[in-house]
Design a protein around this ligand. Structure first.
Ligand code: ZN
Length: 122
């Protein structure tokens, strides 16, 4: 039997995912999409110097930094297991938002709280 997530079959998840990506293409917000002038979100990042594959003058990059400090998502399950057993995995790091006082794990904190919190006043 196939693994089920969100009470949906892999086929249903695939159809939903395809619909989301087609919406992003229609809205012009898909990260791989080229604009009529030939630019994309990736070229914007290269121009602003924030693309993670860009090499610095010393030959290092953001991607290399993440590989060295063990936070790259491409390092595999053994790194995740080490982080989980050490209690340092992002799902185990708990933070409290100074703006709304909610206590959440590091992932949702980075996405929805801190400087991005709805309750933050400027
Ligand atoms: Zn918050």
């Amino acid at each position: 039997m196939a693994i089920q997530r969100m009470n949906k079959s892999p086929e249903e998840i695939s159809k939903l995912s395809k619909a989301v990506q087609l919406d992003r293409v229609k809205n012009g917000s898909h990260p791989w999409q080229r604009r009529p002038d030939g630019t994309s979100q990736a070229t914007d990042k290269v121009i602003s110097g924030t693309h993670h594959f860009l090499k610095r003058a010393d030959g290092t990059s953001l991607a290399l930094d993440r590989a060295k400090n063990g936070t790259s998502p491409f390092l595999g399950a053994s790194v995740n297991q080490k982080m989980l057993s050490a209690g340092k995995h992002s799902s185990q790091v708990i933070k409290t938002c100074p703006h709304c006082d909610k206590t959440v794990s590091a992932g949702p904190f980075a996405k929805y709280h801190g400087d991005k919190c709805k309750k933050k006043t400027t």
